[in-house]
Design a binder for this molecule. Structure first.
Ligand code: CDP
Ligand code: MG
Length: 749
């Protein structure tokens, strides 16, 4: 292992002269030298821990010029700075010098494009500047949108801190299923999706004096729709100030779109970052990432590590592997503090990533793309970039939507490496070759609006009275094919009539901040008298990531525990319902979760989501037992036991089918793969499904995930007759009969 960094070894290419010099500088300026990297770790031990070869990096390029000594000193002073007052911290941000100029520009122009490096202070400072300059005097609010919920929450917490107030008072946030604002709130951070929903209740957004559409470069679906809507209201509300802020320099497009709005560039350049690429491609980037973390930890000077992974599951896996490795290495390595950050991370754990790293320890942050530009974590010196991102993609031809792990773009790679150079000179380890960088990555990520299912936003737009979508002022118009598909889907769900107008059903569906298929299933539950149960299932589905926990060394125990939730003749949805009900019966008990290999934090989130959902259901007058106050009567006892679920199974599954009939598949001849009913696309049951062994003839699924195969996740067995019964616009009797002729009829109940 030591070979990897020893200058006299054969991987000496790794150690650049600059690095030697940096190390020397750092050591010179410290009274106490850095703890020398642990050399006692033998290769054998290392292999034992990781069961993998070490990774050989080669430094291919130096992005920026050499670091200057005074920059290094600033870096070392960072921890001192932390201790100083908030005011000083605020004033040390690059944006501070331009405070007055920015305010003047806002005064003079209605729309302003603001561009500045990540961490320069756009998100946290600009709303405060506006607030201080009196833009909230008449009781109006300043709104700031974020593409990600975690960013909205963590930034709001930070700004509340800086302003010396409690979160939810002057500074608040709103994310789906969670509103942390009050009458007092003047600065409101929210997800872009939440602001979009506000248009439904307040079409001119009269409550706001300023709106900041932040992270514009991300081009999320909701942000793109917001662009058009805010541009429109700005025309008839001259008092409304609009800020469009972005981390990338390519702001010309924004300016042109917003009628040549001026661009304000916040100067400030990150520190130099050395880029290392692997010499050869890595077979397993997760393993490679963990290996690299340990290599850095054991060999490199002070500085935290930021790793970009694609999602919660992957992050949890990496945490587990890393924890095991650290335990095995024991005192041979310094303390390594592992901090995950992803969109569904409970808020109490989010703050941890911002805690300063104690002396002698090192922090490793395992993050999704959220750390690319949305949040800045000080102290990061090393970035590990496997080069992947999880993306939603939609094929309008096949009508198939799936989550895929794809290579990130070069623009992303450059943002990621930039994270290493915020507080001082840094290093970025790319777990792919330079050749892959040059030849396999796209320049930029395509805007989401060009590659996802649009039915949800089309429903929202219809709800806002925007009927002619072809004429809608999109920054990048989606293909007519995508729009047509969304309209067809909404029609099949009964949200639009054959003239493309909103139906009563559509209006009710639009009340729910979720996919139209989910809201349709929820609304169908009214007819089948299982609203409570469907609210639970929808909440459990909304907690993305896995509810069930399956540690490597206890797989058997976990599987046995999870098998207990399975309802015969049901499927994953009913297992989720059963699991939640038992959680309620346990008194929301953490120990119960532990014993049953269920993630406690996912369950509490499902509970919160469910509470919000019940309130929304009341608004559209869906009968739920809670809402009608009958919770305690014996007949309508809130929780069905497994037998009761089983007897209600058909009603619940029919409700689900009313929303998810698009996602139907039937077992193929080989008894292995399934074929989607409409388009004969081959898909498989995910191994985590409780129906994996059962392989029913007909199923509906919640989502498709593409890894080695196209997998269906969260599956329920259905009777094919229901498809025609519940979606007559979509399936003909003939179609279903033809495809079942050759198949055995469903016999199991
Ligand atoms: O938006 P932009 O990337 O320009 O910067 P920002 O998010 O406003 O962050 C400015 C600074 O605030 C960061 O460099 C962090 O030091 C600090 N910050 C923090 O400590 N905790 C947060 N939750 C957010 C920001
Ligand atoms: Mg920001």
């Amino acid at each position: 292992f030591g070979r990897y960094i020893e200058p006299d070894s054969d991987s000496a290419t790794f150690v650049s002269e600059q690095e030697q010099w940096e190390k020397h500088q750092i050591e010179k300026s410290l009274s106490k030298p850095f703890k020398e990297p642990s050399k006692s770790l033998t290769e054998k031990e290392y292999d034992y821990v990781l069961d993998t070869d070490e990774i050989d990096f080669v430094m291919e390029e130096t992005l920026f010029e050499e670091a200057k000594a005074d920059e290094l000193h600033k870096f070392l002073d960072e921890s001192e700075r932390k201790k100083s007052t908030m005011k000083q911290v605020r004033e040390s941000l690059p944006i501070f010098k331009y405070r007055q100029q920015l305010l003047d520009a806002v005064e003079n122009f209605q729309i302003l494009i603001i561009v500045g490096e990540t961490g320069s202070g756009k998100t946290t400072q600009l709303p405060q500047y506006l607030y201080e300059a009196g833009y909230c005097k008449d009781g109006k609010k300043i709104g700031c949108t974020q593409p990600r919920r975690v960013a909205a929450m963590s930034v709001a917490a930070r700004v509340a801190d800086e302003m010396g107030t409690k979160i939810g008072h002057e500074v608040g946030y709103a994310i789906r299923f969670e509103d942390c604002t009050s009458e007092k709130t003047r600065i409101k951070y929210m997800t872009d999706g939440m602001l979009l929903r506000e248009f439904m209740t307040e079409p001119d957004l009269a409550g706001y004096s300023c709106l900041m559409i932040d992270e514009a470069h991300e081009r999320t679906l909701h942000t793109d729709i917001l662009f058009a809507l805010v541009k429109d209201i700005a025309r008839f509300r001259p008092d409304l100030k609009l800020l469009i802020s972005s981390a990338t320099m390519d702001a010309q497009k924004f300016s042109e779109y917003f009628d040549d709005a001026p661009i304000f560039k916040i100067p400030g350049r990150p520190y130099p970052v050395e880029i290392y690429n692997t010499k050869a491609p890595e077979a397993n980037y997760l393993t490679a990432a963990v290996t690299t973390i340990l290599q850095i930890h054991a060999s490199q000077p002070k500085g935290d590590i930021l790793v970009f992974l694609t999602g919660q599951d992957e992050i949890e896996q990496a945490m587990e592997n890393l924890t095991v490795a650290c335990r095995a290495l024991g005192s041979k390595i310094a303390e390594l503090i592992i901090c995950p950050i992803y969109s569904n991370l409970p808020s109490e754990l989010q703050a941890k990533i911002f805690d300063p790293t104690p002396e002698g320890a090192r922090k490793v942050i395992l993050a999704t793309n959220i750390a690319e530009t949305s949040i800045t974590i000080d102290g990061v010196v090393y970035v590990i970039d496997p080069g992947f991102v999880k993306q939603n993609s939609y094929n309008p031809r096949s009508g198939i939507e799936s989550l895929q792990v794809v290579a990130c773009s070069r623009a992303s790679a450059s943002q990621r490496s930039g994270r290493a150079g915020r507080v001082g000179p840094g290093k970025c380890f790319r777990l792919y070759t330079q050749h892959a960088y040059m030849n396999e990555l796209e320049d930029n990520t395509a805007p989401e609006i060009l590659r996802v299912n649009l039915s949800s936003v089309v429903l929202t737009l219809k709800c806002l009275g925007i009927n002619n979508l072809i004429k809608f002022d999109f920054m990048d118009p989606p293909s007519p094919e995508l729009l047509k598909l969304a309209l067809e889907q909404l029609y099949a769900l009964g949200a639009l009539n054959d003239k493309g107008e909103m139906t009563k059903m559509g209006r009710r569906m639009a009340e729910f901040p979720m996919d139209p298929m989910l809201s349709r299933a929820l609304l169908a539950s009214e007819k089948y008298d299982c609203a409570n149960e469907m609210a639970t299932i929808v909440s459990m589905l909304s907690v993305s990531g896995s509810v069930f926990y399956r540690p490597k060394d206890k797989k058997l125990f976990a599987d046995r525990a999870h098998a207990n939730f399975v309802i015969t003749g049901g499927g994953d949805h009913l297992a989720l319902l059963n699991c939640y009900n038992q959680f309620v019966d346990s008194g929301y008990n953490m120990q119960w979760c532990f014993e049953n290999y269920v993630q406690y934090k996912s369950m509490t989130r499902a509970r919160d989501t469910r509470d919000q959902l019940i309130a929304l259901m009341e608004r559209v007058e869906i009968y739920t037992k809670e809402a009608s106050g009958e919770e305690n009567s014996e007949l309508t006892s809130r929780n069905l036991n497994p037998q009761e679920i089983s007897s209600k199974s058909e009603d619940i599954r029919k409700s689900l089918t009313a929303g998810f009939f698009f996602n139907s598949a039937k077992l193929g001849k080989s008894k292995e793969g399934y074929s989607t009913v409409k388009r004969q696309h081959t898909v498989y049951i995910h191994p985590s499904s409780c129906l994996f062994e059962v392989k029913p003839q007909w199923v509906i699924y919640y989502e498709l995930v593409l890894t080695s195969k196209e997998y269906m996740r969260q599956i329920t067995e259905i009777d094919p007759k229901w498809l025609v019964e519940l979606a007559p616009h979509f399936y003909s009797k003939q179609e279903i009969e033809d495809s079942s002729k050759r198949k055995m009829p469903i016999t199991r109940k």
